[in-house]
Each structure stands twice: as structure tokens, then as C-alpha cells.
Design a protein around this ligand. Sequence first.
Ligand code: ATP
Ligand code: MG
Length: 654
Amino acid sequence: MRGNADHETTGLYPVPADWAARAHVDEGAYNIMYETSVTAPEAFWLHHGQCIDWFKPFTKVKNTSFAPDNVSIRWFEDGTTNVSYNCIDRHLATRGDQVAIIWESDDPGHDIKITYRQLHTHVTKWANVLKSQGVARGDRVTIYLPMIPEAAYAMLACTRIGAVHSVVFGGFSSDALADRIAGAASSVVVTVDEGLRGGRKVPLKANVDVAANKLAGVVTSVIVVKRTGGDVAMTVGRDRYYDELAASVPDDCPPEEMGAEDPLFILYTSGSTGKPKGVLHTTGGYLVYAAMTHQYVFDYHDGDIYWCTADVGWVTGHSYIVYGPLANGATTLMFEGIPTYPTISRFWDVVDKHKVNTFYTAPTAIRSLMGAGEEPVKRTKRKSLRLLGSVGEPINPEAWEWYHRVVGDRRCPIVDTWWQTETGGILITPLPGATKLKPGSATRPFFGVRPEIVDAEGKVLEGATEGNLVIAESWPGQMRTVYGDHKRFEETYFATYPNKYFTGDGCRRDADGYYWITGRVDDVINVSGHRMGTAEVESALVAHPSVSEAAVVGYPHDIKGQGIYAYVTLMTGEKSSDALSKELVAHVRKEIGPIASPDLIQFAPGLPKTRSGKIMRRILRKIAEDEYGGLGDTSTLADPAVIDDLIANRQNKR
Ligand code: ATP
Ligand code: MG
């Protein structure tokens, strides 16, 4: 009955020969390394823990407990190190003049290349500016910046002096920002006069003013970077321009010696499922895991030009724009703009301009670019591309195939990387030189990761099966606590299935041992006793040529228990009609089976998304259930206006 069955057998993409030849690990090596990593984790991580430099080497590798009321996660605990030292100083002797960051501005005519030596100068200055504002070891600093190099400087400067950063995505409102400043009790906020995206100015400083005024007495210092030079209000005694502060501090700042388990950063989850959680990561394990996954998953080699399109306000930006690549001495591209400005070819123009080899983005971006057809892609060369990546949501096979064929010219493997803010780095993923690919599957676990699929009672299911995804053992990049609320940490992740980390995601494992994320567990629907992941029905809908995006939720149905309610966004130029609605139902029946036929289809010009571009199905579920009162926390919604349209055009239950 499964819609992906044909992909499982016929849709296998072998490892290209050039990849098998060049990669750090081939299939055989993966199997051996994986086996060692789970049977002898101490020895495995003793060895791989050396991928970063330690001031004082660790002697203890791992000390972890998933016991529901006593969760404690410690890695490399007696070692000391410094994150900015690993991301900058240790490269100076060998690659001081190599470009560390390519910054591509919103304006296609402007970019900046920052070498490792220049990065060192910027970060030490920044560190001293933070100190001049009273920031000391352990203090929290809120960073509310757009995608400008200063975001990386400020993050690295915090790590240099042992301060804990909390980056808040620049697209968040002043209310969301205030919640996060208060949550982290951070007295220093770093921001910009205005951001620039798609040619439009974004008033970040003004948002900080609203947030800081709301939190009387909490924020004592606001450091303002000049981006547009726009006129902004400056509160005397609280707000200072970075340039002025930098003029009067020394250049040099030696890195603090930090314990492996000292807090590194707080980051709030995207808020797809509820109130965002302040995820806390620590120093040593996080950096080892970010660096190692960046090296193996993107098969990073010296000289590669690497581009992750995420925002630094999300964990993907933390681990795979800043910390992983810089720890490995890579050249990482940071893009200020949006995929559609000044034209819808922008991503591919940037790839050609900077000769990007590895390109890592989200399914939401791919699906929206797909909606505009192949021509905007095909008019660019993309000859430098070698590897493509996807993260953030399940990538439906249709979008996967398009990404592979149109963007990658059938030449580039795709790494579909499954992970979470909580996991610090990638947990389930192909390795490009080792793993045969199946469109829509995140494939196999990374080294040291032990995924299990359990039923509702927690019974471990073997072989080809479907259920809830848990992780049976700790890995170094795992979050250590919910900031200030260890109980919430234990209850959210360890109470459901004792002694396992519960991911909240549904998952299927096929006969080859490949993992397929079926969506959030809450989004698994039960139609007449059949469990079904909403991702599969969505994949089938999106495979129809008229459909650009689809979101599927369950709603109470008198006969079936749950019915299937589908929200469908059409391709540019397509018109909604009853006939099309019927055609889509027939299409899903054919692709998956009668059990998956949508009961109701609502055509929607826009879907509610988080600011990281994920569909918020919990809101769609409420609308389908006819319960507008309980829409829950909508503070992380990108465009609240879509809700009114969805409610106005709600389909009636049958
Ligand atoms: P919140 O936890 O606040 O609801 P969130 O889960 O969206 O927000 P993130 O940590 O950014 O916050 O996202 C992690 C989730 O994204 C995963 O649990 C999974 O549902 C989804 N996800 C990420 N990558 C993939 C992938 N490659 N395939 C399928 N799903 C993915
Ligand atoms: Mg989550």
C-alpha cells in the first residue's frame, strides 16, 4: 500500500564512480566504521574526538544517562578547549590567507571575501568589544542579526571569551525576540541598524527597541552594526555603534580555556509543534560532532567551496555555515539575500559566480523554485556543483528528482540529512561516496547513531517496519538540557520511551534498512485503522503536475475515525476547480491506494509556515477540525495573514 514502494526497488541511485574514488569513505568503509562506532563507542570517539584541538586532552570519553528522571549527558568531560581557537587560530599557520567566508550580499554586484587571518582580526576585536560591555564567561549574549559576516564574528567572539550566545533569527518579531531575550536573561544584545533582503530594508534595531523597552532593566547594552546606514533611534547610555566601541578596545584577545561541558549556545527550536524550546549545547561534544559530520556528510576536502543557504538564526546555520566548516578550515559561503532576488535564478547565479561545489538547502526552497519551471535553472551553468544537500523537512521524491535532474544535471548525489536543533548535527544521512540513494529517504545512520523504531508502547520493532523514531544511545552533539528547565528536557525527550531519546518524528524502515521520515508523530493519521504518514500523501499530491505544494492533516471522521484533509497550492498559472479536485483524489488513489484518498481538498494560495519555511501542520489541523480558538502559539509564523484565507475557505466535513 505504500506510495514509495516503487522508489524502494527501482529508484536506487548508485554511488557515481568519481565519488567512490574521491570520498573519505566508500560503502565498505562505512559499514566497518559504523559497526565499530556502535559496538565500541569509547574507542571510536576517543579517536574521532581528536578532530578538534584540545588544550588539555580528555581522558574520559562518555558519561551519559537517559534514565527518565535523571538524564545527564557528558562527553569528553575532563578535556579543555576553545571553539574560536579551533575555528580560527589553529588554521593560521597553514591557511591564514585562504578565504574562510565568502559573503554574497543581497545586491548581486557586491561580495566580500574574508581570509582566516582577517577573521581572526575581526573576532578578537569583537571579543574585546563584548568585554567592554561587561560580558564575562558564562554570560548570555543575544545576537539578532541578518546574514552579514558580523553574525559569525559575534558568535565566534562569544565562544572566544566563554560567553553563551543565543542567536535569534532576524525575521522574528519584537515579541518573539523579547521572549528569547528574557528566556536567556541576556543583558547584551547585538543587532544592526537595518537588514537588507530582496532589496527591502528590515528594521531590526527598531524591533530591538520595542523588545528592550518591554523588558525594563534586562537589556543594559545594545551593540549596533551599521549595514544600511539608515537613521535609527539610539538610546543614550544603552545603545552604541559597534564601530565606535571597536575604536577604543585592544586588538588582541587570547581564547579562554573552556571545559568540554561548558555551555556554548542556546538556540530556540523553530516552533513547528508548539512553544519553542531553549536548546542548550555545550562546547567539546558539539564541536567534534559538527566538524566530523561536516567532513563526512559533505565529503569535505581542502579547497571545496561550500554553501549552506540556511540562516545563522537556525541550527543548520550554526553547525553548517559557521562551526562545522570553519573547524575544518573550509571556505563557507554566507548569503544575505533571497532565492528570488533580483531574479529567480539567483541561487544558481551565485553558484556560478563563486564556483560552489557543495550546495545545501531546504525542500521548501526547492519546491518553490520548482513551481517556476526549469528555465531559470537551465539558463545557468552549475558546472562546479558536485554535491547537493537537503534538510528541514521530508523531501518528497518529486522534488528530489527535480533537484537531482534539473539542478544537479543528474551528476550530483543528494544528501537528505535528517536531524534537529536538539541533535546538534546530522544523525541520519547518506554519505555521498558510500550510500546508494533512494529519493525521499534519509537512508542510513551516521557513525555512533543508533536509531530504533518503536510502537506506541515502546516495543522495539525489528526489520522492515513503521513507528516512532527514537535514538537508543547518546552521541556527542546531543543537547544537554532545555535552558533553565531540566525537567522540561527530561519530560519532552525521555519520558515517552524510558531510556531512549524520543525524536517526535514518525519513521519507516524498509527491507534494505533505509530510514524514511514520515513526518511528526502528531501528523501520522489513522484512517480506518491504517497508520499513514502525512508526508506520503503530500508526496503523491505534489507529484501531480498542477500542484506546487501540499499539506495533509487528519480530522475527525464519523466512519473512518480520521479523514484526510489536504491543503493544496497550485503551480503558477493553474486554476482551481471541482474537476481538478476530483482529479487529485483519483491521482492519490492511483499512487498510494484507496485508503489514502483525500476526503476534502482545499485550494490555498499560501500555507502557514514557520520563518524557517516549515509548514505548521498543527494550525492546519485546528482549521480542519473547525477549532479556531485553539490555534496555539503563532509567534513563529512567517505570514499570519494566510490564516484568514484558510479559515474563510475551509471545506465542510462530509
Ligand atoms: P519545534 O521542535 O519547535 O516544533 P522544529 O521541530 O521544526 O520545531 P527543528 O529542530 O528546526 O525545529 O526541526 C527538526 C525537525 O525537522 C525534525 O524533527 C523533522 O521533523 C524535520 N526534519 C529535519 N530534517 C529532515 C529530513 N531530512 N527529513 C525529514 N524531516 C526532517
Ligand atoms: Mg522539533
